[in-house]
Design a binder for this molecule. Sequence first.
Ligand SMILES: Nc1nc2c(ncn2[C@@H]2O[C@H](COP(=O)(O)OP(=O)(O)OP(=O)(O)O)[C@@H](O)[C@H]2O)c(=O)[nH]1
Ligand SMILES: [Mg+2]
Length: 322
Amino acid sequence: MRIKTGYIACVGRPNVGKSTLINRLVGTKISAVSPKPQTTRRSIVGIKTITDEDRIIQLIFIDTPGIHRPKNEISSEMVKNAIEALKSANLVYHLIDASEGIKGEDIDIAENLKLIKMDENTVLGLGSGTGIDMRIKTHPHIFCLLTKIDLVKKEELLPMMDEVGKWSIYSEIIPISALRGYGIDDLLKTTIRYIPDAEEILYPQEMVFGHPIRILIQEIIMEKIYNNVHMEIPYSTAVEIEEITERENGMLYIKATIYVEKKNQKKILVGKDGQKIKQIGTLAREEIEFLMNKRVYLDLWVKVKENWRKNLQFVKRIYFSE
Ligand SMILES: Nc1nc2c(ncn2[C@@H]2O[C@H](COP(=O)(O)OP(=O)(O)OP(=O)(O)O)[C@@H](O)[C@H]2O)c(=O)[nH]1
Ligand SMILES: [Mg+2]
């Protein structure tokens, strides 16, 4: 039996479709998606295991926070977390949103990726304050994925493919639409060609989510907030899962606290007569029930924690510890 396995890090600017792609590749929702940039706050590991007659292939995808210029403790930790994911990668997908065209930030990321391909010891500076000493062992191949091609005409796509080709960084350039599923089979087939042989697979075959279940629940609640609450408020929101208990009747009891930074944000999040928080709770509960195939009681609390985004200890506790 031949075994192949490897880590594939998915990086790019915020909102280019990294999480949508990861969900599509592993075949189920594991990472939050929203139209707002900076939805993903920590790297999320999703696993796809393909078995056929004579081989097992395990692809370990790492979704990462969008790389941007950080403004506070949480965004700087997010960018560091994204860059850390490159350290273990055998292959990197650099996503560029074709519907928006190539931006300066895409070029900055590409230039930094070029360094990790070539140098043993690289200090990556993707955004100020994020210089990270890389000590690359893997020298990953890098694919350019031009995303959201369902929104782009062919005449517009071809010049973009030419342009990124000139950068001489990418082993492959593949246009995709993660939303519609275009180009995904081609991407998977090509990916498998670049994944090394291995002695054994790293995760059990049936596993798709590489973290404790608490983190999946946190992602789901966060996603409902990003998609249902007014403009800036999701950015001031943090979700902490405090308890998950299986009750005797088989029901899962989940207690979560949603932190906001100011009193008036709490008012908006709770809504008139508690309508907003109830809507978020219902949407999140339905999705958790679907994913876990269990009845769920979701107990949501809203608390104010002033300026938590600048509180490194708090940020680490909620998002960067397992
Ligand atoms: N039309 C179209 N929209 C897409 C596609 N892929 C993603 N989107 C949309 O783009 C938005 C951002 O998608 P995400 O997957 O959250 O993007 P991301 O790169 O993970 O964003 P961050 O986590 O904020 O860095 C969402 O509204 C998606 O529905 C696509 O192939 N076509
Ligand atoms: Mg994301």
